[in-house]
Structure formats: C-alpha cells, structure tokens
Design a protein around this ligand. Sequence first.
Ligand code: GLN
Length: 190
Amino acid sequence: MAGNGKLYGVLALQGDFEKHQLALERAGARQFEVRTVDALREVDALVIPGGESTTMLRLMDYYGMFEPMREFGLTRPVFGTCAGAILMARGVMSPAQKSLDLMDIDVERNAYGRQVDSRIVEIESKIGPLEAVFIRAPIIRRTGAEVEVLASYLGDAVLVRQGRHLAATFHPELTEDTSVHRAFIELVES
Ligand code: GLN
C-alpha cells in the first residue's frame, strides 16, 4: 500500500484537518494529528490544512510551533492546501502576514473576490484531470525559478511543487479523488 512506511502528520490546530486525515487514509497513508512540537517530532511529513491562515498562525505562535514547523520544512516534506499554502509561501499580501517561507511563491489572500468566493471547477494538471474546490482561495502571484507549476486555473498557478514541498490553492481533501494526496505521498516516499 502507498505510504506504508512513513507517518504523515496533519496540523490539527484549526481548519479542515479531519478531511485531510480521511484523504490520507483513503490514499493508503498512516496519519496522525499534530497539535504539539512533540507530535511534530514523530512524523516524517506534514500536511497543513485549509482554514483561516491568520487564526492558524496565532495558534502556531501560541503553541510555540511556528519555528519548529519552519525547521521541519527545511528537511522534510510539507503539503499545504489553501490556508496551508498561504502559510508555506514566502510573501503574503492582502493583508500581509508572516509565513513559514517554505516555497518561493507570493500569494494574495481571498483574491478571487466576493462575487466568486467559492467554486468547483474541472482543471487539467500534470497529474491528470482534477476537480478543484476553491473556497476564499488565494492567488499565487509569483512563482520562483525552482517552482514547478502542476496545474493552473484562469492563468494562475493553483498546484505547485518545489523540491519536497507541494501546495494547492484549492482543496483536494474535499473531493473523493486522492490523486493530489497520492502525488504528495510519492514525493515523500521518493
Ligand atoms: N481565506 C483563507 C485565508 O486567508 C483561506 C481559505 C481556505 O483555506 N479555504 O487564510
């Protein structure tokens, strides 16, 4: 089974972490909720869920997890969706906030505007067709030279990879299809 050897942590401070836990299980991975620095030490890879990045950041600071998570990302794989992608970015706009700087991307929060706050669309990607659920999604405004764009929507990158890290501005944890989680598992296992 995929991902059998490794233990996947899901940051469980806020947001839709249970959905990621279920998606990882469906993809055949062993997973574990991460709420503390001690739990973070146990896992081989980390998933940062969707939710509210400002709230997650406050909780990360409160539990002393900001710096340990940044350090974790220097040597181990991290996969962020939506708010998780915002936390992984180098630069964050509208409004600006600090971030883990794990990927060479800049993001603008809530960038699709109020009229089209949330939507579900079919997109093509380098890992096959995907159903992409956007919920108050950020737009990736800049991708550095090391960043590989795996999928775009309306001309903007929505699924990106840099080395061992993966980030999506949409929510693959909310659809039945596990191909994005499987792509992360492949990165982790490779
Ligand atoms: N708008 C949220 C933020 O800025 C992200 C939304 C999401 O994760 N669905 O943190």
